[in-house]
Design a protein around this ligand. Sequence first.
Ligand code: NG1
Ligand code: ZN
Length: 532
Amino acid sequence: PAVRQAISTAALQYAKPEGQVFEYGTAGFRMKADLLNTVVFAVGLLAGLRSKKLSGQWIGVMVTASHNPAEDNGVKLVDPMGEMLEAEWEAYATKLANAPLETIADVYDELVKEIDVKMSNPARVVFARDTRASGSRLVGVLNAALTATEVEFLDMKFMTTPQLHYVVRCKNTLGTQYEYGEPTEKGYYEKLASSYKKVMRGVKVQGSLTVDCANGVGGPKLREFIKYLDPGLDIKVVNDDVINPDSLNSECGADYVKTKQRAPPSSKAAVLDRCASLDGDADRLVYYFMDESNIFRLLDGDRIATLAASFIGDLARSAGISQKLKIGVVQTAYANGASTDYVEKVLKLPIICTNTGVKHLHHAALRFDVGVYFEANGHGTVTFSENALKVIKNTEPQSPAQQRSLECLQALTDLINQAVGDAISDMLLVEAILAHKGWSPKEWLGTYTDLPSRLVRVEVGDRSIFKAYDAERKLESPPGLQTKIESLQSRYNKGRSFARASGTEDAVRVYAEAASRSEADDLATRVANAVR
Ligand code: NG1
Ligand code: ZN
């Protein structure tokens, strides 16, 4: 009753935007920042309930809109092992976010009954935010919801999304046999730096790496992390302006580079210089360089996945444990067809194709001992099963070479953020692999040739009529559209195209690839017209 009263009182400080229906989507709630107060309040209430339901384990709340424009913001919940919120709870979040403020305390009570939450359990929530100007106001709202419901909480201030996921996992494994690390920013840097050093034993990085930080939270964090690294890795940080709020994700960052298929206009990189871009909350990473003919060359999430899968596969073989580890790759429909071919035919590894959204990929990756998953846009990581960790740890090496490979694998399990895709951790992984292989980005690019592709955003009246199946590669509705797309794509050499409703924007996305640039563009345009 006291809590109920406190919820009602706190809620009345806010005003619900009229005519808005909120939905917890693939990336939590995301929209214009000034519409978010009541949503964040609801998320605060739910975070406490989720923690109580899980007997007081720490739940994370991240305030960010990732690669979206500076005036947007968003909020999402992080489950105890640093994973995305369990799907069933997304509906609870949606319900609470849409409750009228006058009755939100009643809806809260109903949820307590429906979910069967033991209210005497403790509740603990840890949260952080990216550098958006609206973040401090939204964190204030979160604070009000947690205070009203008497939840213990910890404010980590500015963090990258993966750093918060890391902290959540550390908090919940502290003192257990699965202890993940020290639950602080410093602990995160130390873990990455020391495992990177182990992976790099005996090899050296060539040249420098220029990292575009999207003018987001990754900039100051990467600068801080560099202090923990030995001089071995020469990182030049660019686009790390977090003072001017409008510069975030503007003409830079991983999303810009991937969708525009060009370097940020501010880039001063010379031919063959290794470049990378993070997104606004540093969970996505893409690489690129200018080749000898000054042509922009992109190394996206598919490339990182193939590089990681091939390297880990080689290590498993040289460690003599490849029979014991089932390695697999998880992709979405957006993966370039050439990468799919390469994984199947050259690396000879199994592939699972899932729906868009990392939670689907993460889930599928857990079906392998070593699950390499990346979205083409650069969001991904590698998961290791308990069996994999055991095999790597307990195998007796039969030679110094085997020992070296086992040590390297062991260090990789610490270097890779297994909770979630993490641009800083992924970047260290790529740097280490290139150093081990003695490759420049040119050799990396040479592993296979991407099919030219095009991604178009199509505004439609009602995107909810676009219903997909077969891992979103086909449409069952609107009727007839799928047949039309198939007939279009069959006219192009290596043509492949699909359309699906975006989960984060009010639009339909059309993807097309084909043997040549002009065919890919043409196919995309025709399918986009069919969608309109
Ligand atoms: P939507 O808007 O559902 O296409 C986008 C990305 C996803 C994922 C989410 C979450 C593409 C084509 N889609 O989803 O991969 O990253 O945002 O941020 O890149
Ligand atoms: Zn992001």
